[in-house]
Design a protein around this ligand. Structure first.
Ligand SMILES: [Fe+2]
Ligand SMILES: [Fe+2]
Length: 199
């Protein structure tokens, strides 16, 4: 599936800061560990939606391959960690994920709408940050890794957008996306002291 259809949608309300980029570049091992966790969580988020809406065939057709692809990304990052002798370990989470989840409204169908948009926003931020790292990271192997994953992440927020558009009118989507995107950008305003993909 092509990601071209998503380009008119502006997901992110603000770009990542230079401070984030410098912090990320300065701590490649910790960022890789966090990246592995992010891929695992992205697969989990897709699976969680399949479990919450088990009879939705169009959802399953999109989310099952997505979950599998995120796990492939996880495997790839894990293999790189192992080659570099870096152990996978738990990392304290910045407020980003919980802050976004808190905005998901409880009642359906709004819960589904918000869940898709939040998942798409996280994908969009991953994409933006991988693009920065591909451009600026001094380590060629990491530049290659982020560059290879970049196209997938762009496709992923496109998938969530198409799921939204198959269910709700675009003006309603844009209005809610703008609210959530503003909040997403706000959650990134105070840089977490430890390097994270989303902080
Ligand atoms: Fe991924
Ligand atoms: Fe993704």
């Amino acid at each position: 599936m092509s990601g071209a259809a998503v380009t008119p949608i502006r997901w992110l309300a603000a770009p990542s800061s230079e401070a984030w980029l410098q912090q990320a570049i300065a701590h490649p091992a910790e960022l890789l560990i966090d990246h592995a966790h992010c891929e695992r969580k992205a697969a989990g988020a897709a699976l969680q939606l399949m479990f919450r809406y088990p009879s939705s065939e169009d959802l399953a057709a999109v989310l099952s391959p997505l979950a599998q692809e995120e796990l492939e990304h996880f495997d790839r990052v894990l293999a790189l960690l192992q080659r570099r002798g870096i152990a996978l370990r738990p990392l304290p989470a910045p407020p980003y994920g919980a802050g976004l989840t808190k905005e998901i409204r409880r009642e359906e169908p709004l819960r589904q709408l918000d869940s898709f948009l939040v998942a798409g926003l996280i994908e969009a931020r991953s994409h933006e940050r991988m693009a920065l790292l591909t451009q600026h990271h001094p380590d060629p192997e990491l530049r290659q890794l982020y560059g290879d994953l970049l196209a997938s992440e762009a496709r992923h927020f496109g998938l969530y957008w198409r799921l939204c558009e198959s269910r709700w009118p675009r003006p309603l989507l844009i209005e809610r996306l703008e609210q959530l995107a503003a909040l997403e950008a706000k959650l990134l305003e105070n840089l977490w002291p430890e390097p994270r993909f989303h902080s």
